[in-house]
Design a protein around this ligand. Structure first.
Ligand code: AMP
Ligand code: GLY
Length: 427
């Protein structure tokens, strides 16, 4: 089966790397891909926003499955436009992608179906939002309703900071995404990522994972797309996973089906675990980045039939096998990220760093210039390793990081600290 993968980040490199191992795969295409993906797929300069062009490509190249990596094309309705043309797609419809595309939509769904989440209010104008905030305890969380590339959330520790965030949203800082604002109760606790394949009716949980959202060591600094991840997440016991399925994921899948907007694809619940109880922070409607990197390293089963079964609504009775080993990914970013950073700096030493069979270096923002690899984005590499436990995976990943010669890059040195601190690092 020929597959078209949409996207060009570290998540897509991990998916492409895993898909490439499938005996069922014919040709793997990736649009637009990156320098790392080019080693396992044929990269094509298709614009995912041009749905007609993507559909034509699928027809011309006999694509049996289109896999949509990032959220923006899903929220823009790429799945709907390909399915209309008879193309099988892994990824939710535009309506179902509202679970990520509108925070207000998701909060209302949680209220209606009794799904545990932070208390909230939705506001269409600044004055009403500020009046509400003035009555709320601190910190208080201000969110742009729509997609804001991870930048639309402010955890305000003063009312003044909250008012400033509200003004920024309505002032157009996030474009149309800020036309509505959600004000939320702040949840304290430990954050965890919980992902499940969903075929419209059945949800099949993936292995557990945890991400590091802040830019600097000690979970300090600005929020980012994710600076590192590991799997499994020691906090997610089997009992807690079952509770998340029963109280959050399954009711959501049922709610979406009841509304006539069946969810198909991967549902990623960002959770806060507060005194042992899970609450939903947000949904994403695609694989996490860098969660996908560690999950793909641990997935033993063939990914391709699992994605096809999800897209075809045949997940009932399906299961996935995972390696018992832990995996850990350290993101290397361009200095300055998540603020402004330089592109085009050269990265050396990748071959030697990736020589260990337990290490994979997933490319995020890279491009090739003849025989040189250049940085071409904020998050640039995901150095990922597998080990008997998280401490071992961490040591292997950092050993590889230290072989990479890229003075204009940086990474956190403490990825996995929570897990390593727990139980002496046992995965
Ligand atoms: P979101 O884009 O909704 O995932 O928010 C980005 C990050 O902000 C989350 O990963 C959390 O770390 C943090 N966050 C969002 N909402 C809350 C909340 N209600 N309480 C505490 N932290 C939050
Ligand atoms: N790692 C967080 C995300 O993919 O949104």
């Amino acid at each position: 089966m020929n597959v078209l993968l949409i996207g060009g980040g570290g998540r897509e490199h991990a998916l492409a790397w895993k898909l490439k191992q499938s005996p069922l795969l014919g040709t793997l295409y990736c649009a637009p891909g990156n320098a790392g993906i080019a080693a396992v797929a044929t990269c094509v300069p298709l614009d995912p926003a041009d749905h007609g062009a993507v559909a034509r490509f699928c027809k011309e190249h006999d694509i049996g499955l289109a896999v949509v990596g990032p959220e923006a094309p899903l929220v823009a309705g790429l799945t709907d436009d390909l399915e209309t043309q008879g193309i099988l797609v892994f990824g939710p419809s535009k309506e179902a992608a509202q679970l990520e595309g509108s925070k207000g939509f998701t909060k209302d769904l949680c209220t209606e179906y009794g799904i545990p989440t932070a208390a909230y209010g939705r506001f269409a104008d600044a004055e009403a939002a500020k009046a509400h905030v003035s009555t709320q305890p601190l910190p208080v969380v201000i969110k742009a309703d729509g997609l804001a590339a991870g930048k639309g959330v402010t955890i305000a520790t003063s009312h003044f900071e909250a008012y400033t965030a509200i003004d920024a949203c309505f002032g157009g800082a996030f474009g149309a995404a800020g036309a509505e604002v959600v004000v939320e109760e702040h949840l304290a606790g430990e954050e965890v990522s919980f992902l499940a394949l969903v075929d419209g009716a059945t949800a099949l949980p993936l292995a557990t994972a945890q991400d590091h959202k802040r830019a600097y060591d000690g979970d300090m600094g600005p929020n980012t797309g994710g600076m590192g991840a590991y799997s499994p997440a020691p906090i997610m016991t089997d009992a807690l996973s079952r509770q998340v399925m029963d109280e959050i994921v399954v009711p959501t899948v049922r709610a979406m089906r009841d509304r006539g907007t069946k969810f198909k694809g991967v549902l990623y619940a960002g959770l806060m675990i507060q005194e042992g109880a899970p609450k939903l922070i947000e949904y994403n409607v695609r694989f996490g980045d860098p969660e996908a990197q560690v999950l793909m390293m641990r997935l033993k089963s063939d990914l391709l039939p699992a994605l096809v079964a999800t897209a075809e609504g045949r997940l009932a009775g399906a299961s996935l096998d995972w390696y018992d080993e832990a995996a850990l990914c350290v993101v290397m970013a361009a200095k300055g990220y998540p603020g402004s950073y330089k592109k085009g700096t050269e990265i050396k030493g990748l071959e030697e760093a990736g020589a260990d069979p337990k290490v994979e270096i997933f490319h995020a923002g890279t491009k090739r210039d003849r025989d040189r690899i250049l940085a071409d984005g904020g998050r640039v590499l995901g150095v990922t390793a597998r080990g008997h436990n998280i401490a071992e995976a961490q040591a292997l990943a950092y050993r590889a990081v230290d072989k990479i010669d890229w003075p204009q890059g940086f990474c956190r040195r403490d990825i996995g600290w929570r897990a390593a601190a727990r139980k002496g690092g046992a995965g």
